[in-house]
Design a protein around this ligand. Structure first.
Ligand SMILES: CC(C)(COP(=O)(O)OP(=O)(O)OC[C@H]1O[C@@H](n2cnc3c(N)ncnc32)[C@H](O)[C@@H]1OP(=O)(O)O)[C@@H](O)C(=O)NCCC(=O)NCCS
Length: 172
């Protein structure tokens, strides 16, 4: 066992949904993700298509060694639908979202490690040209984390979920 367990990502499975339900109902998630995932049924309805890879969004569980510590997702930006990113014409653009589960693990650099790991994983696919993320302008912790992971602020945009800071990382 290494002294510091590493951060890795694996695909989310149905067995992870109860833990996701617990995380989704913590104050630090509800502050940024809203109140729509209060019941396990709502979590199943929202995430099962992703687990079954029947959605445009790919779901991951973030691991610290053998412990589950967070959730992340990636998606193809172009053609996402629902009023999102209608101007994107690059089929290689990907988007990411992520959150740390246990509150006591915030602000320890794990989010930065998680984003760097996910970015490296996505860029391993030569078809991927750039990766975007879109925190709320009020989410200063997330913005700082993404900057530390190599993203730059491009502009403020309006999304179907409200104002967001459009942040981008291009392939090096
Ligand atoms: C966003 C998130 C994934 C970042 O992960 P993390 O492990 O907490 O982030 P890190 O520790 O790597 O980096 C956080 C940075 O923000 C800084 N920070 C914390 N609160 C801050 C604030 N209110 N204003 C400015 N910077 C702040 C920290 O000091 C740290 O920067 P530093 O290393 O220069 O000191 C995590 O905080 C999280 O899951 N938050 C709740 C859900 C969420 O907001 N998800 C993202 C939606 S876009």
């Amino acid at each position: 066992m290494p002294a510091h367990p590493s951060v890795t990502l694996r695909l989310m499975t149905e067995q992870d949904l109860p833990l996701l339900h617990t995380w989704a109902n913590t104050p630090h998630w509800r502050e940024w993700w809203g109140d729509e995932l209060q019941t396990i049924e709502a979590v199943r309805e929202h995430y099962m298509p992703r687990v079954l890879l029947a959605s445009k969004v790919t779901p991951y569980i973030v691991m610290l060694g053998s412990k589950r510590i967070g959730y992340a997702q990636s998606y193809v930006v172009m053609g996402h639908g629902g009023g999102w990113w209608e101007d994107e014409t690059d089929p290689g653009a990907r988007g990411i979202d992520q959150s740390i589960g246990p509150v006591h693990l915030l602000n320890q650099g794990l989010g930065t490690l998680l984003v760097k790991t996910l970015v490296a994983q996505l860029f391993a696919d030569p078809a991927v040209t750039k990766i975007q993320t879109d925190p709320s302008p009020k989410n200063l912790r997330a913005i700082r984390c993404y900057e530390k992971a190599g993203f730059r602020r491009v502009k403020e945009v309006m999304t179907p979920d409200g104002p967001a800071v459009f942040m981008l990382k291009e392939r090096a």
